[in-house]
Design a protein around this ligand. Structure first.
Ligand code: PMT
Length: 401
């Protein structure tokens, strides 16, 4: 996504300036060519040499640098940028940009650029909630400037509250989203991910090997492409994706409630979760003690969430997954019909290199009109991108028919 992109990283003064170093590392690792501009005060917190070494580009600190300004350096920089990030951004620099003041290298270059500008504020909580600051941010949002909101927490100034610079990972995600095609803007996509846990007693449960990677990759990719994303997730060990509404659900019943409650607002639902098909008929309130040599558990069917969605009178575009260990085509086509889905993404989970709890997957897509599309082994991130291409064009075709 960021390969060979020209990114300007503006760094202003603040104790959080050190996090800009980590952000620079993430950007360069993703293949971006990053040019850093530092304000004079930022250099009190961190030396330009750090950014210069990691970006492999000279750091810009002065507007009237005779060598750089031979070619009107700030305009050249502004023109070639694909994206302009300011992190951390002080109340001062945000106020200056909002007021049209261009009196140093950073503010002059921001004023001159046509690239999207992404601002990650960091400041004291009282400054952040000050109506003057709020007006400035609103004004810039109105002009199309993008913001990564600060986090809540203990601030360096001793106060507690909003104002802590967003994590480098969140700013990185927002940067990718800022230059990605926004072809899914206007869509509300609900994605389920991970396993469910069906409790036997307070210490034991029935579950499966789903890691949530496939569903989380879809959520991340859809958010980047401008969709409003609701991720209903079973218990997994993955960080919450940036910009996504995360709803946690443990059991199939909890997942069903979370999905059905929100389904009315959605244009697309993608069910990548591995929902348990059966749960114990009775959950023991106390830990079951080891007594006889054998123990039988009576299981009953869990609600079929996908089939429930398929039965809705007014339903969103429905994508189901099918995890199979044999007869892939037969079972996938049967699920497509029985669950009344628009598309089934079938994966052969008998292969150790794809499916459950690995980074890669291979998929075969089954459409209602009989078409079949096949994708070879690839990363779940790459597959998520291809699936969203297909889903996006199916939804557009449906709207125009
Ligand atoms: O999470 P990962 O480690 O990344 O692994 C990804 C995956 C293998 C889990 C994923 O790619 C996948 O195949 N998910 C669906 C697994 C599954 O439960 O398939 P199924 O054939 O049992 O179910 C078919 C469809 O019905 C699925 O969309 C499932 O979410 C849905 N279902 C199933 C049972 C149920 N009670 N309610 C449902 O909605």
């Amino acid at each position: 996504m960021l390969k060979n992109k020209q990114i300007i990283l503006g760094v202003t003064a603040g104790i959080a300036s050190y996090k800009a170093v980590e952000l620079l590392r993430l950007l360069t690792k993703a293949g971006a060519d990053v040019h850093v501009i530092m304000t004079r005060s930022a250099q009190e917190f961190i030396a330009p040499l750090t950014f210069q070494t990691l970006s492999a580009n000279p750091v810009h600190t002065e507007l009237f640098n005779l060598i750089a300004e031979r070619e009107i350096g700030h305009i050249t920089l502004a023109d070639r940028a694909d994206l302009f990030i300011i992190a951390p951004a002080t109340a001062n620099v945000i106020g200056k940009i909002a007021a049209g003041i261009a009196d140093d290298m950073l503010t002059t270059t921001v004023m001159a650029t046509k690239a999207p500008v992404l601002i990650a504020p960091a400041m004291n909580v009282n400054m952040y909630t000050n109506p003057i600051y709020r007006d400035n941010e609103e004004r810039l949002r109105g002009y199309g400037y993008l913001f990564v909101p600060p986090e809540k927490g203990a601030l360096a100034c001793g106060w507690e509250g909003e104002g802590k610079l967003a994590s480098p990972e969140s700013i990185f995600e927002a940067a990718v989203a800022a230059i990605s095609p926004r072809d899914l803007r206007g869509q509300t996509i609900l994605i389920t991910a991970g396993p469910t846990r069906e409790e036997i007693d307070p210490v034991r449960f029935i579950s499966n090997h789903s890691s949530g990677k496939m569903g989380y990759a879809l959520a991340k990719a859809a958010q980047r492409r401008g969709a409003q994303v609701i991720l209903v997730s079973g218990p997994v060990n993955l960080p919450a994706p940036y910009g996504v509404e995360l709803v946690r659900a443990e059991s199939a019943r909890e997942m069903q409630a979370a999905v059905m409650e929100r389904s009315g607002h959605c244009t697309i639902i993608i069910k990548a979760a591995a929902v348990a098909d059966y749960c114990p008929a009775v959950r023991s309130g106390l830990k079951i003690k080891k007594q006889s040599a054998e123990l039988s558990l009576q299981l009953v069917k869990t609600p079929d969430i996908l089939a429930g969605l398929g039965a809705l009178e007014k339903r969103p575009f429905l994508v189901g997954f099918a995890a199979e260990t044999g007869n892939l085509d037969e079972f996938a086509t049967r699920k497509l019909k029985e669950k009344n889905a628009d598309l089934i993404v079938a994966n052969d989970v008998s292969q150790p290199d794809a499916g459950f709890n690995v980074d890669n997957n291979r998929a075969r897509l089954f459409f209602r009109d009989g078409r079949i599309l096949e994708y070879p082994l690839m990363s779940k991130d790459a597959l998520a991108g291809l699936l969203l291409d297909v889903i996006g064009s199916e939804v557009t075709a449906r709207l125009s028919s």
